[in-house]
Design a protein. Structure first.
Length: 430
């Protein structure tokens, strides 16, 4: 297939437009000049014919009377002329309208007399106006035709680019080894197609390496977690001291946290999909059990945990992902509250954690908001992994997380699950 250049097409189109426009201007100028020249010759030759016929004492017949008058402006015969004409000095006046009567006047000083040749150009003026209207109509029609031609030409020039964009949109990101179908005639579009196909080839290699790493990491990380979890279950059946039981409980919590973190990482590594296939998770029965798992973190601290109203609510998310989000928020609240008590509640689709008692000092508030800011920027900038994952998961689920502290310096956490928008579209996940 022959390849053409977009630059060549644009240049050819502009040259063609310039040629058509030049030809139209030349044709219009030639037509107007011919019309004007015809009027001049008819007026001049008609006056000569009338003068010669009168000199030969022959009847003028159907010939129009002469338009040129010769008169002495200093004689009484000029009294019938407008005052503006009688005051003219020597010279040519071709744009003169005394008393709305268009004249062309030539005045010369002949032996002390101002001799004037006057010609009535009202017919020529009327013809000029008609030609001006015709020229205006031609210009308007030309501009309209130019707009239509420009729109059509731009559409033809951009059609290959539009086809390329449609081909890119038609690619399925879940499938590998996809390429744009070659066959573009424009050299610029063909260069884009070649570059994009080369990029897709490099991207396929990158995605393949990422998938292999995720699969390998998932297997290698789940195995030791399962071993630790199994060992903890075996130890739970043995008689242990109070300190041993407390240490075993921390091992269990850490193992579950690692399992949830791994599930969250794998969840974020996958392409979002519809939540319709997931079974709704009833938070009113699930949350109390999750909160109970964090009671051991309060041992030995002047801090209490109070569970407020837990209203019925259901979200389409796996229990592992929910534990990652709610558990991380609860653990951060416990770590940032030195003394007093925490109140956890779920009202009107909003999960809340409020601290009461000892307030956060300026340094603690600064550390908290620094970690939040880093979590919003990204993990590579040093944010804590747990808070970063919570941010990413909430964004994936369409939930809104807000951290704040009141005037007394008490921590307030709000997680809006958007359960009030029952008619809205559901978020997507895997």
């Amino acid at each position: 297939m022959k390849t053409t250049s977009l630059r060549a097409r644009i240049t050819t189109g502009l040259l063609l437009y310039a040629a058509v426009l030049s030809a139209a201007l030349i044709a219009a100028g030639t037509f107007l000049n011919a019309r004007h020249e015809r009027l001049v010759w008819m007026s001049l030759l008609g006056d000569v014919m009338v003068r010669d016929l009168r000199a030969a004492h022959l009847p003028a017949g159907g010939v129009n009377p002469p338009k040129v008058r010769l008169i002495d402006l200093d004689s009484p015969a000029a009294a019938s002329l407008p005052a503006d004409v009688r005051r003219l000095g020597p010279g040519l006046y071709d744009d003169f309208d005394p008393e709305n009567l268009p004249y062309a006047v030539l005045v010369k000083d002949v032996q002390g007399h101002r001799m004037a040749a006057l010609i009535d150009i009202s017919t020529e003026r009327a013809q000029e106006r008609r030609l001006a209207y015709l020229l205006d109509a031609v210009i308007v029609a030309g501009l309209a035709l130019l707009m239509v031609a420009t729109w059509w030409l731009a559409g033809r020039l951009l059609r290959p680019v539009s086809c390329l964009v449609d081909s890119v949109h038609a690619l399925d990101p879940s499938r590998r080894e996809q390429r744009l179908v070659p066959g573009y005639r424009l050299a610029e579009t063909k260069a884009l197609e070649t570059a994009f196909n080369a990029y897709l080839q490099r991207l396929d290699g990158f995605v393949l390496r990422e998938r292999e790493f995720i699969d390998t990491a998932s297997h290698e990380l789940r195995t030791p977690i399962s071993v630790i979890s199994g060992a903890a279950q075996v130890l739970g059946a043995e008689p242990l001291t109070v300190d041993g039981r407390r240490a075993l409980q921390r091992i269990r919590l850490t193992t579950e946290a690692m399992r949830d973190t791994l599930a969250a990482l794998l969840h974020l590594a996958k392409e979002p999909s519809s939540l319709a296939a997931l079974t709704p998770l009833a938070l009113e029965s699930w949350l109390p059990d999750l909160i109970a798992d964090y009671w051991p973190l309060l041992d030995g601290r002047p801090l209490t945990l109070e569970v407020g109203p837990i209203e019925p609510a259901a979200v389409r998310v796996t229990s592992a992902i929910a534990a990652m989000i709610f558990g991380n928020l609860l653990r951060n609240a416990i770590e940032h509250t030195q003394a007093g008590h925490l109140e956890v509640s779920l009202r009107d689709g909003v999960f809340s954690i409020d601290s009461h008692g000892e307030t956060l000092d300026a340094a603690a508030v600064a550390r908290l908001y620094r970690s939040l800011a880093l979590a919003e920027v990204g993990r590579v900038h040093g944010a804590g992994l747990g808070l970063y994952l919570v941010r990413q998961l909430c964004e994936r689920l369409g939930w809104v997380l807000r951290y704040a502290h009141n005037e007394a310096g008490e921590l307030q956490v709000r997680l809006d699950l958007h359960l009030r928008n029952e008619g809205g579209p559901e978020p997507t996940t895997n």
